[in-house]
Design a protein around this ligand. Structure first.
Ligand code: ADP
Length: 453
């Protein structure tokens, strides 16, 4: 869990770029700094050592023999150079902060016949041996100034990283917009366009994406238009066929043709109804009605179809403010499917209703063949039928659920499926109550007495 959390930033292109940039900066610093140190730095050190040798020889003369602390203090005051005298019998130092030889053991030393140099970081020490003892010269740095430099360094690094962070974020902004665009497109929002404000590669990618969305949109619109036109045109020949059929003798062939014609008519009605609901002219005829009564009538209607339908957990009076005809269509489709995809010996289909203050929820549950997980997200798409139902030849064109979804969404509601193969399926409908809807009456009893479970 912790590893996952820690690893999350490293899955972002943004963090990776930032890290690459910082690594490149560090490596460049190492290479350039290293070369400079070895080539230029060493030559300069040579010059520095020669000068230091001459300068300290001059100071030794001035300090006298044995070296005089007072003169040393005078030099320290004038030049800022700290001096420590080390001898077997005595010793002194001009400043308590001057390290002794023990402290300098781990510094890098350069030893020459009568002088030694030690270096660590930016600090340098010159050690001179005299007949009286050793004299150590060091440019003593003020502790506070080291810390303030360190602070400046840290703040500068933080500012540089922040600037790099903002720049990369700005460069990659089109990627975030594109990700939003892809999500919108896959959610079916074909109108969504990604803002175009760049001329670089990402800008070109954005323009290509928008072009692609536009093409998909016009292709789908043309396909839908064609489907609607064909459906519309088929209505008249179908009506003529129905009239002509009346003159045919009453036999098996006639009833077969009749069934087929009715199925086609049903399909055309569903296509046209879906299109009507999606268009701006698809007005709903909303009214307040007793959902329980509608459901009871439907149970009656399907009473002869095995395995049967029953009401479970339905309030005695459940009022709904919606398009009554459309809600009936949804319920008919769901009940027909539930019966169609159950076998005769399974438990009856169950309908239940929950009236909440903000919404009414309806469940239609069957104990039939179920729907495979991979099919569940597609069954609300028009013309989608699962392999199982195609093989069984149950009839239908895969339009029922798509119409249900359109109707429920026209009411600002939602429809969802929950299913386990060979166990059963539950369709859940949610119809929200709008503030302008008449308030639902108080529920008298929230269970059908004979169906308690
Ligand atoms: P169809 O006319 O094929 O039933 P629908 O749009 O009503 O079309 O349903 C789409 C597909 O979803 C069906 O072909 C079927 O595979 C599956 N399906 C719908 N309802 C159920 C259910 N209650 N049990 C199992 N499968 C179902």
């Amino acid at each position: 869990m912790l590893l996952k959390l820690l690893g999350r930033p490293f899955r972002s292109v943004f963090t990776k770029l930032l890290l690459v940039m910082m690594a490149v900066g560090f490596l460049l610093y190492m290479v350039i700094g290293g070369l400079y140190w070895h080539v230029v730095g060493e030559t300069r050190m040579e010059v520095y050592r020669e000068n230091a040798l001459k300068y300290t020889s001059y100071l030794l003369e001035e300090l006298g023999s044995p070296p005089d602390l007072k003169v040393a203090q005078q030099i320290t005051q004038e030049t800022g150079l700290g001096i420590r005298f080390i001898s077997q019998s005595s010793g002194w130092s001009t400043n308590a902060a001057i390290p002794n030889l023990e402290d300098l053991r781990h510094w890098s030393w350069k030893r020459e016949p009568n002088v030694q140099f030690a270096r660590k970081g930016g600090q340098m020490v010159v050690l001179r041996e005299t007949d009286d003892g050793s004299l150590l010269f060091i440019a003593v740095q003020d502790e506070a100034s080291i810390w303030s430099w360190l602070l400046v360094l840290l703040v500068s690094i933080a500012l540089i990283i922040l600037a790099a962070f903002s720049t990369i974020r700005w460069i990659l902004r089109p990627l975030r917009d594109l990700a939003r665009g892809v999500r919108a497109l896959s959610a079916g929002d074909l109108e969504h366009r990604v803002p175009e404000y760049r001329t670089d590669e990402l800008g070109r990618l954005t323009r290509a994406f928008n072009h692609m969305s536009g093409r998909i949109q016009s292709m789908l619109t043309a396909r839908e238009r064609l489907l609607l036109d064909v459906s519309h045109e088929l209505r008249s020949p179908l009506t003529r066929m129905k009239v002509a059929m009346e003159f045919l003798p009453q036999d098996a062939t006639r009833s077969m043709i009749r069934n087929d014609v009715e199925e086609m008519e049903q399909m055309i009605t569903e296509i046209l109804e879906s299109a009507r609901l999606q268009s701006q002219y698809g007005r709903l005829n909303k009214q307040s009605f007793n959902l329980t009564e509608v459901l009871q009538a439907l149970v009656q209607e399907y009473s002869t179809r095995p395995p049967g339908v029953r009401l479970a957990h339905v309030p005695e009076d459940s009022m709904l403010y919606a398009d009554r005809e459309q809600v009936q269509t949804v319920m008919r489709n769901l009940i027909t499917n539930a019966l169609k995809y159950s076998s005769e010996d399974t438990a009856p289909v169950e309908i239940s209703v929950e009236s909440h203050p903000l919404q009414t929820t309806i469940h239609v549950r069957d104990f039939g063949q179920g729907i495979a997980k991979e099919d569940q997200e597609f069954i609300f798409e028009p013309f989608y039928r699962t392999d199982a139902s195609r093989n069984k030849n149950t009839g239908g064109y895969g339009l029922g659920l798509s119409l249900c979804k359109n109707i429920v969404e026209a009411h600002d509601g939602s429809i969802a499926v929950n299913s386990i193969v060979n166990t059963g399926t539950i369709f859940t409908l949610n119809f929200p109550h709008h503030p302008e809807d008449p308030p639902p009456p108080t529920v008298k009893s929230n269970r059908m007495p004979e169906n308690m479970s």
